[in-house]
Design a protein around this ligand. Structure first.
Ligand code: SF4
Length: 389
C-alpha cells in the first residue's frame, strides 16, 4: 500500500491510498503511486478562441493538472487545434453523443472522456461495444487515457429499467464498460461515478472501490452549484472518500462566473490539503434539510450566457423558502438538462431563448429569461401548498 502525503498536523490521520494501477495522461500519472491530481473545465464557448485561451491560462496558472474542453462539432475541433498551439496544458475532451470525433480530437489531447449513457443516442444500430472499440482504438493509436464517466443523471437507458435501483444501474454500467476494456486489452483508463447528491457519490464510490480496487477513480459531485454550498456538498463526499484512501484525481464542479472559474482548482486543493492535515469540516453525511439548489458548473455547451446570472437569481429569489425541504435544479443546456432535472422537485434547463420549467419529470412550460423567475416562484408556491407545513 502506498503512503499518504506528508500531513501538516501532528493529529493528522495516516491515510493509506487504495493501491491502484497507474494511468498515463501525457506526462502525468493518475493512480496511487502519484499525488491526487486536480481537474477543471473551460466554461467558455470552445469556438470563442480568445475567451477559451484566457480560460485555459487562468486554470493552468491556478494549478489545474488536466483541463477539460467540450467538443460537439467539427468547428469545435478546428478551434481545439488552434487552442492546442497556444497551451501546454494537458487537455481532455468530453465526447457526448459524437463518439467518432475521438479521431479528430486525438492529436490535440491527452485524454478522452465518454459517458456510457450517451453512447446510445446516435447510430442506434451500431452496438455500443463497437463504439467503445472505436474510441479505444483511437486512444491506443495516440497513447491517450480514457475516462469512463458514469453519471446518475444520464444513466445507460438499456440498463435503467423502470424501478431498478440507480446504484445497481450505475455499477452495472461501469462493470459492462470495464468488461469492454478487458476484452479490448486496454488498461489506460479511469472510472468516475458522479451524482449531484454527495451521499450517492460517497456510497457508489465505496462500492466501486471494493469491487475494483485496482482501477483509479476520478471523484466528482456534479452540479454542486454555487459557493459556499457547492464546496460544502463536495466536501461531504470528498472528505469521506479521501480519508479512506479513495480518489486518484478529482474535480470540484462549481457554478461560477467565467473569470472566477479557477476557484474550482483552489477549492479542490484546499479540500485535499485539509483532509491530509486532519482538518475535517463536513458532517458525516449530507442531510437534506431545507432548500437544496443544484446547478451545473456550465461549460461551452451552455445555451445562453445568462445561465450563471439565472442560477444566482434563483438563489436570491428562493431565500424566503430556505427552511422548506425543496430541491431545485438549474442546468445550462439540453445535453444534461432534461435528465439531470428529473429528480428535483422543480427543474430549470436553458435553451438559447427560453428556459424550460419542469416539475419532477414533467414539463410545466417554456418561458423567457425575463419571465422565468416569477413563474418559478409561482410553481414553488403550488408545490409547497400541496405539502404539510
Ligand atoms: S448541463 Fe450542459 S452547460 Fe451545464 S455543465 Fe453540463 S453540459 Fe455543460
Amino acid at each position: 500500500m502506498s503512503e499518504a502525503f506528508p500531513a501538516g498536523s501532528p493529529a493528522a490521520p495516516k491515510i493509506t491510498r487504495r493501491q491502484t494501477r497507474s494511468v498515463r495522461v501525457g506526462d502525468l500519472t493518475i493512480g496511487s503511486s502519484s499525488k491526487i491530481s486536480v481537474q477543471s473545465m473551460c466554461a467558455t464557448k470552445t469556438q470563442d478562441l480568445e475567451a477559451t485561451k484566457a480560460q485555459l491560462s487562468l486554470l493552468a496558472e491556478h494549478g489545474a493538472d488536466i483541463i477539460r474542453i467540450a467538443i460537439d462539432s467539427r468547428k469545435d475541433v478546428e478551434a481545439l487545434a488552434e487552442l492546442r498551439k497556444g497551451t501546454k496544458a494537458r487537455l481532455v475532451v468530453d465526447l457526448q453523443e459524437s463518439y467518432k470525433l475521438a479521431k479528430n480530437v486525438a492529436p490535440y489531447v491527452q485524454k478522452i472522456r465518454y459517458n456510457p449513457g450517451h453512447l446510445y443516442h446516435h447510430e442506434k444500430d451500431v452496438p455500443v461495444f463497437e463504439k467503445v472499440k472505436y474510441i479505444v482504438g483511437v486512444a491506443r493509436d495516440h497513447d491517450l487515457a480514457v475516462r469512463i464517466g458514469v453519471n446518475f443523471g444520464s444513466l445507460d437507458p438499456a440498463q435503467a429499467a423502470e424501478g431498478k435501483d440507480r446504484f445497481d444501474v450505475a455499477l452495472e454500467s461501469a462493470r459492462e464498460h470495464i468488461g469492454f476494456m478487458e476484452e479490448l486489452g486496454f488498461e489506460n483508463y479511469v472510472v468516475s461515478l458522479k451524482s449531484s447528491d454527495p451521499n450517492d457519490v460517497m456510497d457508489i464510490n465505496l462500492r466501486f472501490a471494493q469491487e475494483f480496487p485496482q482501477i483509479p477513480l476520478h471523484l466528482g459531485v456534479t452540479e454542486a452549484g454555487m459557493l459556499p454550498m457547492g464546496e460544502i456538498k463536495t466536501r461531504v463526499a470528498f472528505e469521506n472518500l479521501l480519508a479512506q484512501g479513495i480518489g486518484d484525481t478529482l474535480r470540484v464542479s462549481l457554478t461560477l462566473p467565467y473569470a472566477e472559474k479557477f476557484q474550482e482548482v483552489l477549492v479542490a486543493r484546499k479540500i485535499i490539503d485539509d483532509v491530509y492535515a486532519g482538518r475535517f469540516r463536513s458532517v458525516p453525511r449530507f442531510v437534506h434539510q431545507g432548500l437544496n439548489i443544484i446547478s451545473c458548473p456550465s461549460c461551452s455547451r451552455v445555451e445562453n450566457e445568462a445561465f450563471v446570472e439565472l442560477a444566482q437569481k434563483v438563489r436570491e429569489m428562493t431565500q424566503e423558502f430556505k427552511e422548506r425541504d425543496l430541491t431545485i435544479a438549474v442546468m445550462g443546456c439540453r445535453v444534461n438538462g432534461p435528465g439531470e432535472t428529473d429528480d428535483a422537485d422543480l427543474g430549470l434547463w436553458c435553451a438559447p431563448n427560453h428556459v424550460n420549467l419542469k416539475r419532477g419529470k414533467e414539463l410545466v412550460g417554456q418561458f423567457s429569461y425575463e419571465e422565468i423567475i416569477p413563474k418559478l416562484k409561482a410553481e414553488i408556491g403550488t408545490v409547497l401548498s400541496q405539502r404539510p407545513q
